[in-house]
Design a protein around this ligand. Structure first.
Ligand code: UT7
Length: 321
């Protein structure tokens, strides 16, 4: 039987951290106190205008390849999760392949599941590997959400940041990824969306992120609790057997409420939202890479990765590192 295991991780954050006070200094009608109390966010990173998702993905990918001890041409599948691609087409995955200088003809495509995108991408790549069709995948979450924020809407613009995280997922004789679950309910699309599109050479409709924060909050806590239990039950283990929970990093209060529902102590939850803000599809692989590199996550430990985002979409992956 073929399994899929994470062989290396990497991440990338553009530039210096931008503090809440820096946003106030830029004229946003907010305060450090409000942002910290309501969200737990203290800083985020914002990419300069000439840096796109594929650039952040490229740096994160090089670091993941190095950690895995393989080169770009050892990869036969690239999956990039992003809602902020460099352009309408080609895919960010194809641009990433070019930036990595790959010549092997590896398959490359994007998945679009907003903040659940990395979980979707990881699950798709795992199934390719377990089928035997592919041996080694690069799975990346990369975003420049700062490009789709309405900087006059203080209810959203303070929440998000830019960044990328990447993993090398490869075929193995033992797991690896123990179980996965993906879900969507498109009927909730109006509560978190960027409704605009491009037609006839113009942006048609609203090109900015719009959100009903409280509706998203309630939905996120509910499904993050449910889907974590689903992957644990699927693997035939108990929540008590989990070493680390890595939820999508949107709001510290969502993370705390999810951990409480699951009976997991906050000491076992990896949190980066204070430093990174919400980096959408990048938040989970960024947090995973951080906790592996700082030595918290050790070989043999069990980790739940879980995300929720626009669509609505949600999902989880349980893995043994
Ligand atoms: O990846 C998934 C994406 N998003 C999320 O997961 C976000 C989920 N939702 C949330 O995190 C929270 O709902 C928010 C952080 C977005 C908002 O927190 P809240 O506790 O739900 O606040 P609220 O929207 O009910 O607003 C409370 C007050 C309002 O003032 P009034 O009407 O009570 O006078 C807002 O105008 O806070 C005001 N407010 C702000 N004040 C200072 C909203 N944004 C800000 C701000 N600074 N940035």
């Amino acid at each position: 039987m073929i399994f899929a295991r994470i062989a290396g991780t990497g991440s990338c954050l553009p530039g210096d951290p931008v503090s809440n006070d820096d946003l106030v200094a830029r004229g946003i009608d907010t305060s450090d106190q409000w942002i910290v109390e309501r969200t737990g966010i203290r800083t985020r990173h914002l990419a300069p205008a000439d840096v796109g998702s594929s650039d952040l993905a490229c740096t994160a990918s090089r670091r993941a390849l190095e950690a895995a001890g393989v080169g770009p041409d050892d990869i036969d599948l690239i999956v990039v999760a992003t809602s902020t691609p460099d352009c309408i087409f080609p895919s960010t995955a194809a641009l990433l392949q070019s930036k990595l200088g790959m010549k092997s003809g590896a398959a490359a495509f994007d998945v679009q599941a907003v903040c659940s995108g990395f979980i979707y991408g990881l699950t798709v790549a795992e199934k390719f590997i377990r089928s035997g069709s592919h041996r080694r995948a690069l799975v990346v979450g990369a975003e420049v959400f700062s490009r789709i924020l309405d900087w006059s809407d203080r209810g959203t613009c303070v929440l998000f940041g830019d960044g990328a995280g990447a993993v090398v997922l490869e075929a193995a004789e033992a797991p690896g990824i123990l179980s996965t679950a993906l879900h969507a309910d498109g009927s909730h699309h109006p509560i978190l969306c960027v409704p605009g599109n491009v037609a006839g050479g113009q942006v048609i409709g609203d090109p900015f992120l719009r959100m009903d924060g409280q509706a998203v909050f309630k939905f996120a806590v509910k499904v993050l609790g449910e889907v974590a239990l689903e992957v644990v039950e699927q693997a035939g283990i108990r929540v008590a057997d989990i070493d680390w929970l890595i939820p999508h990093q949107a709001n510290i209060r969502i993370l705390q409420a999810t951990a409480k529902r699951l009976g997991i102590d906050m000491d076992r939850v990896v949190t980066t939202v204070d430093r990174h803000g919400n980096t959408s599809a990048a938040s989970i692989p960024l947090a995973l890479d951080l906790a592996i590199r700082d030595g918290r996550i050790r070989p043999g430990q069990r980790i739940i990765l879980e995300g929720v985002g626009g669509g609505f979409t949600w999902g989880a992956a349980l893995l043994q590192y």
